[in-house]
Write a protein that binds this ligand. Structure first.
Ligand code: AMP
Length: 405
């Protein structure tokens, strides 16, 4: 079965093609046959594109594309034509999977796309105005290019859709909850994938495990997982809540927003821009949203980089503590995404605060670029894993399951 995965964001789109040959899913994530990344942040009217095939062919360049549908059309052509050709014709694709950011509380798992599902994705755009319209445009672009090939929507909120009410409802007026203002949580595809992969590596059933997943990338969130379900998470109504991130503030006192609206005359758009783009590591350091540069500047003695790093670690530790309190036991602490997978320093800083619980990181394993590995000392009370998150492979697996169930 040939599965095309589209993972579209507000300024970039990743796509990849997987092939699942057997009658069961492979136990280890396979490499895709073909991958493409289109990024149209840099110059207006032009997108940067990079296509890689399993045979090692790499095509890099700029294409004239302003919109996602132009980028999708180019990407699809490169799939069956030219030097990055991976299939003979587009009709060789059996199913297309899409990462869809918001499925509200309605979608608890991935679904085959129908008119009703498209309507719901459009409806949830009021909660995710930057993402859901793009996801829907991706579905429609595929309809145009590939006719009625089955498409599967895999929701970033689905894994958190069964949060207990105490974790899902905000303590504002009850009417908020009735109108859909509640905690949804995000990065669910990654949290679920990392939990499943950890269970597999531990040789245990996910249903029997208590886990905390730390997804630390440009966006950061934690989840507490019990019996295979997310029972608490740090992101909320939007991906702004919770941990400090690259350019996002994470949780701040909502009184600050009232103060800025009233005393400083900020508009909602200005507030949105400050909280999403001018805060976090970048806002505090004044330097960069990239953790590598913050760590470098901190080592060189830059006081604002030092503060940014300390703030990030402080909030990470506090939130791990909060997730811990939702569980009655912890079997594994999992680090994933750009920072979680690559920064030995952040992993060590998080684990250091947990030593009093008998959680012990093996320093050598931690420093040795671990991928899908247990990096705890043998006698640690809790296992510690780094997992390479593979959202696209998780989406491909959901496509396969939807078509084979
Ligand atoms: P992601 O959103 O998962 O792609 O993660 C992107 C972030 O990972 C970047 O902004 C970097 O801050 C961070 N990152 C990548 N490599 C490293 C590294 N070696 N050390 C610290 N942070 C890293």
């Amino acid at each position: 079965m040939k599965i095309l995965v589209l993972n579209g964001g507000s300024s970039s789109q990743k796509s990849c093609l997987y092939e699942i040959a057997g009658v069961t899913l492979p136990s280890c994530p396979p490499n895709p046959l073909w991958e493409s990344v289109v990024d149209w942040t840099h110059h207006s009217g032009v997108a940067e594109i990079k296509i890689t095939t399993a045979q090692g062919t790499v095509l890099k360049g700029e294409i004239p594309a302003k919109t996602q549908s132009e980028a999708t059309a180019y990407t699809l052509n490169s799939l069956w034509q030219g030097k990055t050709k991976a299939i003979d014709q587009l009709s060789d694709i059996d199913v297309v999977g899409h990462r869809v950011v918001h499925g509200g509380s309605q979608y608890r798992e991935s679904v085959i796309v129908t008119d009703e599902v498209k309507g719901a994705i459009a409806d949830f755009a009021r909660f995710a105005p930057l993402h859901n319209p793009i996801n829907l445009a991706g579905i429609e672009a595929i309809e145009q290019a590939l006719g009625n090939v089955p498409q599967v929507a895999v929701f970033d909120t689905a894994f958190h859709s069964q949060l207990p009410l105490a974790a899902a409802v905000y303590p504002g007026p009850y009417g908020w909850y009735e109108q859909g203002i509640q905690r949804y949580g995000f990065h669910g595809i990654s949290h679920q994938y990392c939990a499943q992969r950890t269970a597999q590596l531990m040789g245990k059933s996910l249903e029997d495990l208590r886990l905390i997943v730390c997804h630390l990338g440009n966006g950061c969130s934690l989840s507490a997982i019990r019996n295979g379900r997310s029972i608490d998470t740090t992101m909320g109504f939007t991906p702004l809540e919770g941990l400090m991130m690259g350019t996002r503030s994470g949780s701040v006192d909502p009184g600050i927003l009232i103060y800025l609206l009233r005393q400083e005359g900020y508009t909602p758009d200005q507030l949105e821009q400050i909280l999403n783009q001018k805060s976090g590591l970048k806002g505090i350091s004044g330097l960069s949203a990239d953790m590598r540069q913050i760590i470098e500047a901190e080592a060189a003695g830059n006081p604002r980089a030092q503060l940014a790093l300390n703030l990030f670690i402080h909030r990470l530790r506090s939130s791990i503590g909060a997730m811990l309190m939702s569980l009655d036991r912890l079997d594994a602490l999992i680090f994933t995404a750009g920072i979680g997978e690559n920064s030995a320093l952040i992993r060590a800083a998080a684990c250091e605060a947990l030593e009093f619980l008998g959680i012990r990181l093996d320093r050598q394993k931690n420093e040795n670029n671990p991928v899908d590995l247990d990096i705890a000392e043998a006698e640690s009370a809790v296992r510690i894993f780094t997992i390479h998150t593979q959202e696209d492979w998780a989406i491909a697996q959901d496509c396969w399951r939807n078509l084979n169930s």
